[in-house]
Design a binder for this molecule. Structure first.
Ligand code: GLY
Length: 350
């Protein structure tokens, strides 16, 4: 099996059981990384499916983006050291995007690298964060500034865990699925658009379609030299908005911020890459059906624009966008001037 392979549903757990059986003489110790939520809600059903996982050490961290920092990482490195982890150990990351990003980073750097497996428990991490090898942490307020590309041995996607999520968190993952349709798969966009409600019993096929878009992109460009940048559609403005409202009473989930970013960047796409204005309006109306509008004060535009200057995609200080030329097709390395970015935010607000 290739590193980074994504496996679905019960087959995923069967494969992990087989993997553990085949490697029982070479893996020195198994660690499971959870946060306090996944420890309670996801660990018991996971262990039930894992008869070959009888001996392991548990490491539990606090959930939430506010803990995605170097202090948490040092805590995990220290615990691994105390518990006798070495290069032949295996880390199982059971959690959402924050946890799998951090667990991947810990595993990739501990003693210069041990194997890890991602078991995403949120929709967002199933369709995006757990796949493709991006790992890392935030630096102060700036998201994902420190990290490495490093593929997990495998990713296990089981929609069973989604029943543990509150509705707002489930919806957050939908934003990345909509993005996948917009950048590379019009049929997927249409399927999502025609969905009656966000009901987890119907999500399996849609999750697979989304993961397939992500895999197609990252296998062509694993370290984001070019094509992979299309996965950042909606993220230049979205990340800035997310950072701006972090630690305020208008704090946004990642997908909620990306929903705003996608609407604004759809408008920017009409100005820079020739997206039809009717398509931008369709994108706005569809996204707003799921994500109620956040009121962004015009006096905050400058601060939000300022945050875009720290975006990781920028080169030599020039803000970089990935923009649509059609629904289902995306260009990367696009530029936009301040005026157009402000107009894009106005389009969202109108
Ligand atoms: N989340 C975007 C990427 O993995 O490249």
């Amino acid at each position: 099996m290739n590193k980074g392979t994504v496996l679905f549903s019960d087959n995923a757990f069967l494969e992990l059981n087989t993997f553990l059986e085949n490697r029982k003489n070479t893996i020195s110790k198994i660690f499971i990384l959870t946060d306090t939520n996944t420890f309670k809600f996801c660990l018991p059903p996971f262990l039930e499916k894992m008869p070959n996982l009888s001996e392991y050490e548990l490491i539990e961290i606090e959930p939430g983006e506010e803990n995605k920092n170097i202090e948490t990482i040092i805590g995990i490195w220290d615990t691994l050291t105390d518990l006798g982890a070495d290069r032949k150990s295996l880390l199982l990351n059971l959690g959402g995007g924050v946890l799998t990003d951090m667990g991947g980073f810990v595993a990739s750097t501990f003693k210069r690298g041990m194997d890890f497996i991602n078991i995403p428990t949120t929709l967002l991490s199933m369709v995006d964060a757990s796949t493709g090898g991006k790992t890392g942490i935030d630096l102060g307020m700036l998201k994902n500034q420190i990290g490495v590309f490093s593929l997990p041995e495998m990713v296990l996607v089981s929609s069973e865990f989604l029943s543990t999520l509150e509705a707002r968190q489930l919806r957050s993952g939908l934003a990345e699925m909509l993005k996948h349709g917009l950048i590379a798969d019009k049929k997927h966009w249409d399927n999502l658009k025609n969905m009656e409600d966000l009901d987890i019993t119907d999500l399996d096929t849609l999750i697979k379609q989304s993961v397939q878009v992500k895999i197609n992109v990252v296998t062509q460009d694993p370290t984001e030299k070019g094509l992979r940048k299309i996965l950042n559609f909606g993220h230049t403005i979205g990340h800035a908005v997310e950072t701006f409202y972090m630690n305020t009473d208008k704090m946004l989930f990642h997908g909620e911020a990306i929903a705003i970013g996608m609407i604004a960047e759809a408008h920017l796409s009409t100005l820079e890459t020739g997206l039809d204005l009717n398509d931008a309006i369709d994108i706005k109306n569809t996204i707003l059906e799921y994500f109620p509008k956040t009121k962004i004060d015009r006096k905050d535009f400058d601060a939000i624009l300022d945050l875009m200057k720290h975006d990781k995609k920028n080169i030599s200080g020039v803000v970089n966008f990935s923009l649509l030329d059609n629904i289902g097709s995306c260009k990367f390395d696009c530029k936009a001037n301040t005026n157009d970015i402000e107009n894009a935010l106005e389009f969202y607000m109108a």
